[in-house]
Structure formats: structure tokens, C-alpha cells
Design a protein around this ligand. Structure first.
Ligand code: COA
Length: 638
């Protein structure tokens, strides 16, 4: 266990509570509604035989006086007793029970615009400026002075829960043998962290940012960073790349950590890392072409053990990477907050940096500051063995990730709005069409929908592979061309309507995934064995999200990306801009069925075809009937 006393984030409701206690509690959807919706979502995705079998299982589950009703009652009681009935179940299921390595499988990254550092000092000035921004942001958080977010887009204007922001700089994901723990600094007992960990050449240094009750200036930070780089360059003092252990599977890292903890030097080093505000990783140049995809890969996995893969500590929620070659961004441990909160924070920091007067960081500090401290490690042969195995596993992750960044330039969300359609729904349908183009079927799809309109809300799932989407993609891919454009347009409108309706259900707390998860977890607690509805093949396949998607919009030059969630799946993160749409597509090379480039190409074809369909339809609608007839006679495409 960590040396210092900590509290789980779930239990430490002290921070952020005043912003959230006014918000409504997450509602519990009616049982019948969820089960009907579950059947509706899956009917067209499984065989007829499977569907018939699963429908009978569902009917048995919701029988009057049956196990479904009992669990629903328990859930209503849980809703009464807790701030948010799904929060802990969801956190465990989505993150803490997951044993896979964090890089690629769980941790999203935000990639900044490429920087052009003139020299090493320029890189460190930028870093000092960034750290100064973090301190400024942390002050806002500590004073609870962060303005409340309000919902945009569908059902806009409602205030959003701010609790996730308080996990940005004061939480830590502790590995466990069968389950991890999300821990938070308990401010009433422990002082706020006043140090940052700087990683350089796989070495870790404690950078105190408050000395003698004074926050370090940017000049001070610059001076300290220079000292760190000098110390990190000293080959004689170099220690093994312990950070690699955090890139391993969670059970393996937990085991290695137990071994490390036997030594007091290691305990002290771990404690300093676990209690820090964040990490700043000063990366070595990658030697690669610095296109968007390669920059993203540096953030997602660091390029492996022989590049910057060991210059990380994946358990820490916020790691800022500042590469000598200008590759910069943030890599995040996902469990304390969602992508939208991450982007909000990151944009705040970049704005702070843009607006700060540059001359402040030209000069070194004039004050005498104690040198930053290098964290020491005692590496037994057992730890050396763990390190070798972690390095090998990370290399496999690096080699296996098939990743591409694709910018669709044909149009952006303004064009879609002009069609009187929801841009998000339109993009989701294009992803369905792209998937169908590649695989001739649709699959269970995950789209994250924010439920921050509710107290302690995180996300639920919009199941985008609707029956209406299937009808549309089939019409679009109809080889015999027996379906007219106006019929296709009808199919598109119907698919968009189904998607938009599901979105509204999800953001108002009426989607099915959180509800089903809570019923399953309650069944684990209250039933001798899991009801068949949760062991049935249709339920299991409904939770294998071959297409895992998320809208993460940005207003500055940056983008978010992440990996797939199943071995034969795609991660598709998209960023709609007024006149273009950016997609980050990921998949695994060892899966023969998937290819990120092929999928990106299919996205391009789908968006182009859908755009053309809308334009043709509009033109037709605006063309008088007489003129249209003569065009038809002259062989014009209508
Ligand atoms: N006609 C014209 N305009 C429309 C329209 C229509 N029929 N439908 C929507 N629009 C407009 C909206 O008013 C909005 O306008 P704005 O840009 O001026 O605010 C814009 O189009 C975007 O709306 P839409 O595309 O429908 O999506 P949204 O912004 O409501 O987003 C979700 C939908 C599901 C992505 C959003 O609710 C959400 O949950 N986001 C969080 C996702 C998340 O958690 N990501 C990170 C995961 S780690």
C-alpha cells in the first residue's frame, strides 16, 4: 500500500461537492424500457435463432415477481443511498478491473501542434511556461474558481458536474493484483502536493514548485529544469528505466510494485511519484518524420523501451510530454476524468502560455535554489526480470498498433447543420457506412455520451449501430441501383433521427448500458448465480465494442486519440471542425480483419457519398419539376 494516507476518489466527496450538489441525481430508467431497447439494439446484429433465444431469456428476466424486478428494486434503493448509482460500478467495470496495460488500451492522448524549439533551452523555457500554467490552473481548482461548464449542442444550456476536474492533479491509479484503486489526496489530512516529477532519460526528478511558501517563477523553473537535464545526462548516475513497469499489465505491475516496496529507498521514490501533481516528460528526439500520426504514437506509447517508452509513469493522470524535436502533448490515465475535461484543461494551459509575456522566461533565476532530487531505485534481480518482461510487452504493443490520422476536407459541421441534421449523428452514420463498406455487416458500437448533467455523472453509451443505420448503409451499398436517391435520402433521415433520439436518451440518463451494468453488479451481490440474461451470448457480444467511437472536439490546434478496446476492433476518435473533420483511427496489426488505412479510406468514401446525396437532393428540391424532367430526358443524374 502507499506510504501516505490516501482516500479513494469515490469516498473523498469533500472537493467539488458544492458545485455538484445542486445537480439532479441520475435517474433510473424503467426496467421494461431498458430491456425492450436492449432487444431492439441487438435484433439486427445477431442471427434470428440467437435473437429468439435471447428474447425468451429477457422475457423470463422481466416476468412479474421475477429476478429483474427484484434487482430493479435494489437499484432504486441504491439510487436513494448514493450520490450516483452507477459511478463506482462503472469505474470498476470500465477501468479498475481491466488488467490490460494502460498505454494504447486505456490511456487517451492529446497531441499539440508541433513546436519548433531552436535549442535545448528553448524546449525548457516552453516547459517552464507550461508548468507555470499548470500551477495557475491548480490555483483555480484549489480556490474552486473554475467556471462551471454548460452543456452545448443537444439540450444545451444545462450546468454540468465539475467533479472530474478535481481529479486532474491530485489522484493516482494504484495497481492491484485483481483490481486497481483510484486514490486521491485527502486534503484535510495531507497538504496539497507541491512538487512535479520530471522524467528525463528515463530518470525521475522531484521538482519542488513551492519553496519557502513561495511559488517558483518561470525563471526559477527554467533554472531548475536545466539542472535536471544536466543531472539526467550524467551516465555514471543513470538508474534503470523503472517507468517501464507502469506500462505492463496491471497484475504484472502490481506484482513488481510489491517487490519494489520491500526496500525503503524504493518506497520513498514511489511515494514521491504517487503524491505529485503531474509528470513532465522531457523526451529525446524520436528520429521519425514528425507527421500527425507519428507524433500521436509518441504520446500513446512513447515508441517503445529504446525510445521514450520508459520516460513515463502511466499511473499518473496527467503526463505532459515536451520532446526535444517538438513533439508535445498530454497522455492521461483515464479513470479520474473524461476526454472533454482533459481537453478543457489542456486548452486552458495553452491559452495561458499563448498569453504569457515571453521575456519572463528569457533569464535564469537569480535566487539560489536547492537542486532538484533524483529519485533512487534499488533494483533486485527480480525487478530486473520484471523490467525485461515489461520492455518486451511494450515493444509488442508498439509493433501491434495500426494507427492513422485522417482529415476529411470535403466539408465540416457547418455543411451538416445546413442540411438540418445533427453533425454528430451524421458522422456516426458515416462511421457505420464505413464499417459496412469494409466488413459487410454492422457490429455493436460504442459512442460516449456525457451524463455530466447529473451529479457525479461520467458517460453512458449511444449504441450507434441502429436498425435504421443498417437500412441506410444497405441502401447506399445496393449494387443493383434499384434504390433512388430520394429513397436513400429518406433512409438517411431516418437513420439520423434514430441516432439523434438515442443521443437524447443517453444524455438524459435513459440509455441502457449503465442500467444493465448496474443490474448485473447487483445480481452479483444478491443472487446465488448470475441470471442467464447476463451470461447469454447476445449480452456478451453486445459488450464487445468492435467500433469504439467518441467525439472529442477542440477549439485550438490539437487533437485527441486512443486505441481500440477489443482485439478485432477499431478506435475512432473524431474532432468535427466547421469546414473539416479529423479522425484518429486505430486497430491492431495482428488482427487480419482490420486495417486503419482501409477504414479511413472508407470513411472518406462514406462522407463523400453522403455529402453528394444531400447536395443532389437539395438541388433536386430546388429545381422546378419541368426542368427536372428535361434534365432526366437529357441523361442528367438526378
Ligand atoms: N440542424 C441544425 N443544427 C443542428 C442540428 C440540426 N438538426 N442538430 C444539432 N445541430 C447543431 C447543434 O445545435 C450544435 O450547435 P453548436 O455547435 O452551435 O453548439 C451542433 O450542431 C452540434 O450538435 P450535435 O452534432 O448534435 O452534437 P452535440 O454537440 O450535441 O454532441 C454528443 C453530441 C453525444 C457528442 C455530446 O452530447 C456528448 O455527450 N459529448 C461528450 C462526448 C465525450 O464524452 N467524449 C469524450 C469521451 S472520453
Amino acid at each position: 500500500m502507499p506510504v501516505l494516507k490516501k482516500a479513494t476518489l469515490e469516498k473523498s466527496a469533500s472537493k467539488g461537492s458544492e458545485e455538484t450538489e445542486e445537480l439532479p441525481k441520475l435517474p433510473v430508467p424503467p426496467l421494461q424500457q431498458t430491456m425492450d431497447m436492449y432487444l431492439k439494439c441487438m435484433k439486427h446484429l445477431v442471427s434470428e435463432e440467437q435473437y429468439k433465444k435471447s428474447k425468451a431469456i429477457v422475457e423470463k428476466f422481466i416476468m412479474p415477481g421475477g429476478v429483474g424486478e427484484m434487482l430493479q428494486q435494489k437499484l432504486l434503493e441504491r439510487q436513494e443511498k448514493t450520490e450516483n448509482w452507477i459511478h463506482q460500478y462503472w469505474l470498476d467495470d470500465m477501468y479498475l478491473n481491466n488488467r490490460l496495460p494502460l498505454p494504447v488500451n486505456s490511456s487517451p492522448a492529446v497531441i499539440f501542434a508541433r513546436h519548433n524549439f531552436q535549442d535545448a533551452n528553448d524546449q525548457l523555457r516552453f516547459t517552464a511556461n507550461l508548468i507555470s500554467g499548470v500551477l495557475d490552473y491548480k490555483t483555480l481548482l484549489d480556490m474552486h474558481a473554475l467556471p462551471v461548464d454548460f452543456a452545448r449542442g443537444q439540450l444545451s444550456g444545462q450546468p454540468m458536474c465539475m467533479k472530474q476536474y478535481y481529479g486532474l492533479f491530485s489522484s493516482y491509479r494504484l495497481p492491484g493484483p485483481s483490481k486497481d484503486t483510484l486514490v486521491a489526496q485527502e486534503s484535510s489530512i495531507m497538504p496539497e502536493p507541491e512538487h512535479i516529477i520530471v522524467a528525463c532519460n528515463n530518470q525521475f526528478f522531484v521538482l519542488d514548485v513551492v519553496i519557502n511558501f513561495r511559488r517558483l517563477s518561470e525563471g526559477d523553473l527554467f533554472t531548475q529544469l536545466k539542472k535536471i537535464v544536466r543531472m539526467a545526462e550524467n551516465e555514471d548516475e543513470r538508474l534503470p528505466p523503472i517507468g517501464l513497469l507502469t506500462s505492463d499489465g496491471r497484475a504484472e505491475w502490481s506484482q513488481a510494485r510489491e517487490v519494489l516496496m520491500k526496500d525503503s529507498t524504493n518506497r520513498d521514490s514511489l511515494d514521491m511519484i504517487e503524491r505529485c501533481m503531474c509528470l513532465v516528460c522531457l523526451d529525446a528526439p524520436t528520429g521519425l518524420e514528425l507527421n500527425e500520426a507519428n507524433r500521436a504514437l509518441q504520446l500513446l506509447h512513447g515508441g517503445g523501451y529504446d525510445k521514450n517508452g520508459g520516460n513515463r509513469w502511466y499511473d499518473k493522470p496527467m503526463q505532459f510530454v515536451v520532446g526535444r524535436d517538438g513533439v508535445c502533448g498530454t497522455i492521461c490515465e483515464h479513470s479520474p476524468f473524461d476526454g472533454i475535461v482533459l481537453v478543457q484543461c489542456t486548452e486552458h494551459l495553452l491559452k495561458y502560455m499563448k498569453n504569457s509575456p515571453k521575456k519572463l522566461v528569457r533569464a535564469d533565476s537569480v535566487s539560489e535554489l536547492p537542486a532538484p532530487r533524483r529519485l533512487r531505485w534499488k533494483c533486485s534481480p527480480e525487478i530486473q526480470g520484471h523490467l525485461a518482461s515489461s520492455a518486451e510487452k511494450l515493444q509488442r504493443i508498439v509493433n501491434n498498433l495500426d494507427f492513422t490520422v485522417y482529415r476529411f476536407k470535403g466539408y465540416g459541421k457547418e455543411f451538416i447543420k445546413k442540411q438540418k441534421m445533427s453533425p454528430d449523428a451524421f458522422i456516426q452514420i458515416s462511421l457505420q457506412l464505413a464499417f459496412y463498406r469494409c466488413h459487410r455487416k454492422l457490429v455493436p458500437t460504442y459512442e460516449s455520451a456525457s451524463i455530466r448533467r447529473f451529479r457525479m455523472g461520467r458517460v453512458d453509451n449511444i449504441r450507434s449501430s441502429t436498425a435504421e443505420a443498417l437500412a441506410f448503409v444497405k441502401a447506399m451499398m445496393d449494387g443493383k441501383s434499384t434504390i433512388s436517391d430520394s429513397e436513400k435520402m429518406e433512409y438517411l433521415r431516418s437513420a439520423i433521427a434514430a441516432q439523434t433520439n438515442y443521443t437524447i436518451l443517453a444524455i438524459t440518463g435513459m440509455a441502457i448500458d449503465n442500467h444493465l451494468l448496474a443490474l448485473r453488479e447487483l445480481a452479483r451481490e444478491h443472487c446465488k448465480e448470475l441470471p442467464e440474461v447476463f451470461t447469454d451470448e447476445m449480452y456478451l457480444s453486445s459488450n464487445r465494442f468492435i467500433l469504439s467511437t467518441s467525439q472529442v472536439p477542440t477549439t485550438m490546434e490539437m487533437f485527441c486519440c486512443y486505441g481500440p478496446v477489443v482485439p478485432n476492433g477499431y478506435g475512432a476518435c473524431y474532432n468535427p471542425q466547421p469546414e473539416s473533420i479529423l479522425f484518429c483511427i486505430s486497430s491492431f496489426r495482428d488482427c487480419k480483419e482490420t486495417s486503419s488505412d482501409t477504414f479511413a479510406k472508407a470513411v472518406e468514401e462514406s462522407l463523400t457519398a453522403m455529402g453528394d446525396l444531400c447536395v443532389q437532393h437539395n438541388t433536386k428540391a430546388q429545381t422546378p419539376v419541368k426542368e427536372r424532367k428535361s434534365q432526366q430526358e437529357n441523361g442528367h443524374r438526378t
